[in-house]
Design a protein around this ligand. Sequence first.
Ligand code: FAD
Ligand code: FES
Length: 263
Amino acid sequence: MTADKTGLCEFTVVSNEAVADGLMRIVLSAPDVAFRMQAGQFLNLAVPGDASQILRIPLSFSHADAKAGTVEIVYAVVGDGTRRLSRMAPGDASTVVAPCGNPWPLVEGARRACVVAGGVGITPVVACARMLAEADVAFDAVVGAQTSSRLWGTDVLEELGAGRVAVTTDDGSAGRAGFTTDALAELLAEGGYDVVYTCGPEVMMAGVARICREAGVACRVSMERMMCCGFGACGTCNVAMADGTYKSCCKDGPVFDAEEVAW
Ligand SMILES: Cc1cc2nc3c(=O)[nH]c(=O)nc-3n(C[C@H](O)[C@H](O)[C@H](O)COP(=O)(O)OP(=O)(O)OC[C@H]3O[C@@H](n4cnc5c(N)ncnc54)[C@H](O)[C@@H]3O)c2cc1C
Ligand code: FES
């Protein structure tokens, strides 16, 4: 699938609020971008406020509303850039380079899917669920977090029409205690799934990929790498492939067929 042409666009912040412990939801007014973003693609966002920080921050989105001209991003505050992003207020302006990367693919003939999110991997997974709902593909969801206070998105997935939303937390404070992979293995054992879409910590996605392979179910993963340019020019974001080659996460990904990746 070919992405729409990547370009530099201005945005202003509509809202920027905490939605869970360490998780923020920012809504950008970005009419030049919103109508071109496809689920699974990402934006490379410049956070103003520190001239020494020249790198943009790559961020997936959970909802791009073409009519309203807005893009919603849920992000974790992990370092200096996302801390400065968390301080941006309604009306503040900056730029994004977008759309970047390739979207989640609709797998031909797939009638039932499962989406699996770990931590802040929920952001592109919510966009994926919206894509599936719009394409009339039935889906269930597995959402995992370290603890209940860091969970976001289960209600959104239900509103989007998820048949079931299985929640797992590492400490058992919400849903079942354990990992997303435990819940996924049980769902796949019931049968009837054609494809699994997942984003989360790499170790989780490796587990999801293995379970899918064993169950004979197609699996698409959204990978994360440190990124400098975000459009295939610098070579910092390599992902090792099972055939011994490397692909760029920003340009060839971030979505890959799990079978392609060297886990
Ligand atoms: C395609 C893509 C989509 C992403 N989507 C989201 C999203 O929707 N929501 C979200 O919260 N985060 C997302 N990320 C991760 C996000 O880009 C990083 O958390 C952010 O760049 C950290 O910047 P910082 O300046 O706050 O932290 P830094 O000070 O740069 O780093 C803080 C910590 O985060 C790690 N880190 C930094 N950048 C990345 C990265 N690109 N991938 C993995 N670890 C990183 C560092 O190793 C360090 O441990 C995405 C990354 C990619 C590549
Ligand atoms: S970030 Fe530069 S090639 Fe991917």
